[in-house]
Design a protein. Structure first.
Length: 322
């Protein structure tokens, strides 16, 4: 949380992937916050100031996460001070955003059941993880999902970086007939050359971006023509400030933009993104949120949201505080 001199509080959150990073990330946030404690509320200026302070060390990894947390909280505070949503503060229109539901490595039956449940809730798309021992296993999952959701629900798949480029090209040659909306991260996230090779060979669009740190990584990927679509993670891309730069870069290349996680703030950022595509929905943080993102018939609705949409269920936060 960031508290202003008038008592307005801005909120944000980050996800460290491992317990080992919780304490150092919290300490970094507290230490960096001390550098701006008496500054005027100006998120863009603060972002530039802090980037300068870490130019030699870099703004990736835990430092990048801490900087993004502060950036998002400052933008939330500014919007709340103005009694506006983030979309309204930045001059955009609140509009519904199509959402898809993510599914894990749940096997044929489990994945199909999860996909059917999302479709019954009105979701417009589903995204199972694949990367099973054989392409036949992958194909069985994809076809079971299609049977479960019918012809009108989009299917994306996520390989989570698990294939070498040669294997990815071979598997996609089999999956290309399945009318998938995209294949996500078929190889290592920072293997831009490998992703470009896959994208050239495949008929199905290639999606990546969730593991890019800042807009420099995005620029490297764009220069390599590594993907057909992009999906930044607001925590890794640099918070609200980094997202807006990423959206402009994607627009310049006419690339569709989706998000990775953080649906509350990402739904608003997609409203501000000229080439917006899909919202990845996850309810992981709902227990600690006062008002989780509203979904109506598979569309994220940000109308009437204050700030970035992140505010705490204080009782739940107290329960989980360590």
């Amino acid at each position: 949380d960031v508290t202003l001199d008038d008592g307005t509080t801005g909120h944000s959150m980050v996800f460290t992937y491992t317990r080992l990073a919780l304490k150092p990330t919290a300490e970094l946030i507290q230490g960096i916050a001390a550098l701006i404690e008496n500054d005027v509320l100006a998120p863009a200026a603060t972002e530039q100031k802090l980037a300068g302070r870490f130019r030699l060390l870099g703004t990736q990894g835990l430092i990048g996460m801490a900087l993004a947390a502060i950036d998002m909280a400052l933008w939330d505070a500014l919007a709340r001070r103005c009694n506006a949503s983030l979309v309204g503060l930045l001059g955009g229109l609140e509009k519904p955003v199509p959402a898809y539901g993510g599914i894990g490595y749940d096997g044929v039956l489990g994945t199909a059941n999860a996909a059917e449940a999302f479709a019954q809730r009105g979701f417009k798309g589903v995204k199972p993880k694949i990367g099973y021992p054989t392409v036949g296993d992958d194909l069985a999952v994809v076809r079971a999902v299609r049977t479960a959701v019918g012809p009108d629900v989009a299917i994306m798949v996520d390989y989570n970086q698990c294939l070498a480029p040669v294997e990815a090209i071979a598997r996609l040659s089999v999956l290309d007939d399945e009318e998938l909306t995209w294949v996500e991260e078929p190889t290592l996230a920072h293997d831009y050359t490998g992703h470009a090779q896959i994208a050239r060979a495949a008929a199905t669009p290639i999606q990546c971006g969730e593991n890019w740190w800042g807009t420099l990584d995005l620029q490297h990927a764009l220069d390599a023509q590594a993907s057909d679509y992009v999906m930044p993670d607001v925590m890794k891309i640099g918070g609200v400030s980094g997202w807006m730069r990423a959206a402009a870069l994607a627009q310049a290349r006419n690339l569709r933009v989706s998000n990775h996680l953080w649906p509350e703030i990402s739904a608003q950022l997609l409203c501000l993104t000229p080439t917006s595509h899909w919202l990845e929905y996850a309810d992981w943080w709902n227990p600690v949120l006062a008002e989780p993102l509203n979904l109506e018939n598979g569309m994220a609705d940000v109308a009437g949201v204050l700030g970035t949409g992140v505010a705490w269920n204080e009782a739940a936060v107290a329960q989980y505080t360590v």
